[in-house]
Design a protein around this ligand. Structure first.
Ligand code: HEM
Length: 128
């Protein structure tokens, strides 16, 4: 149990910065993710910092600049397979460790992100 927002509990802006920067370090090296992400992840990271800030209960930075997130629609241009969903979550798990986000927040965040990531899948696994 915590009072206030998860955003405050995990350390606010500084923690989101560290988390998202660590996350895209991994995304940029993951063979399943490289093909669908831009090579320069600066702008992607900037938007993800805005999004996760509000997702964790902080200020609505993403919506202020970009409007309603409509995340599933915004991901439709990219083929998001079960393998890519798992890859995304594995990068996030490492980043949560590197940002030193401890329990109970680590599990709470992963649980919510897992549900959101499942919702982003839009393509079945390719036949091998
Ligand atoms: C944007 C992939 C899950 C939040 C993107 C982009 C890709 C991508 C390729 C576009 C990057 C760019 O052009 O800058 C994936 C994959 C996922 C996934 C493979 C696996 C399930 C998620 C989840 C969230 C999320 C779970 C939220 C917690 C965002 C946001 C953007 C974004 C906020 C920026 C949207 C914008 O352009 O305004 N994602 N994503 N994504 N993703 Fe994901």
């Amino acid at each position: 149990e915590y009072s206030g927002t998860m955003y405050e509990a995990i350390g606010g802006r500084d923690t989101v910065e560290v988390l998202v920067d660590a996350f895209y370090q991994h995304v940029g090296k993951h063979p399943a993710l490289i093909p669908i992400f831009p090579s320069d992840l600066t702008e992607t990271a900037r938007k993800q910092k805005q999004f996760l800030t509000q997702f964790f209960g902080g200020p609505a930075l993403y919506t202020e600049e970009h409007g309603h997130p409509m995340l599933r629609a915004r991901h439709l241009p990219f083929e998001i397979t079960p393998t890519r969903k798992d890859a995304w979550l594995s990068c996030m798990e490492k980043a949560l460790d590197e940002a030193a986000i401890d329990e109970p927040y680590r599990s709470a965040i992963l649980e919510r992100l897992t549900m959101t990531a499942q919702h982003m899948m839009n393509t079945p696994e390719k036949e091998k």
